[in-house]
Ligand binder design. Sequence first.
Ligand SMILES: Cc1cc2nc3c(=O)[nH]c(=O)nc-3n(C[C@H](O)[C@H](O)[C@H](O)COP(=O)(O)O)c2cc1C
Length: 189
Amino acid sequence: MKKKTVMSVLLVLFSGFVILMAQTTGNNVVDVILKSYSAKVFTTIPVSDSDIDLIVKCGMKAPSGRNTQPWKFTVVKDQTITGEILQNITAGNILIIISGQEKQDGTVDPFNCALATENMYVAAQSLSLGAHIYAGPVSIINTNLKDKLGIPADYKAITVLRVGNIDKSIDAASGASARKKPEEVVNYK
Ligand SMILES: Cc1cc2nc3c(=O)[nH]c(=O)nc-3n(C[C@H](O)[C@H](O)[C@H](O)COP(=O)(O)O)c2cc1C
């Protein structure tokens, strides 16, 4: 191969490398967050128990006010029960119900549970799984399913995290919802 041709090939390869690098920061956590999206299409491949353990561990690691850790995580693998919570859920998906402890006035501060939910949402995607947070099903859980799910009486479901395998060849991330412009949500002084 002529010297000029070799140089052209190297230039093309280097340009490709630069473009590829520009899409990621090189920081795993930041990259997972920037690429995260609410999965909608799942495959039926079951989520492994080791992945479930890691995801739950990340939920438990979330910070909480005065380190009260006022949450319970209910992992639902039973397909009959997952179907009662979310209609048309894909077989093999699991649901993690994040419930918060009631205060004396019967209310639950959702803030700590939200942090635990987000930790698990990010962890699942970091493990190359799809994840989706739902608030819609919590009313049916709190009204009808707490006993069946073993959620203590003084806890209320706050969010439901769906986790499942996804077809990684599909660029589903491009379907993520658009975000507001930085100038709409960030200010500097
Ligand atoms: C607190 C909370 C509640 C949500 N509840 C629902 C829900 O009930 N149903 C649903 O389809 N998505 C639900 N979502 C997902 C949001 O619609 C989604 O995060 C948002 O549209 C951004 O989309 P993206 O993550 O794909 O970019 C919820 C998300 C959060 C954080």
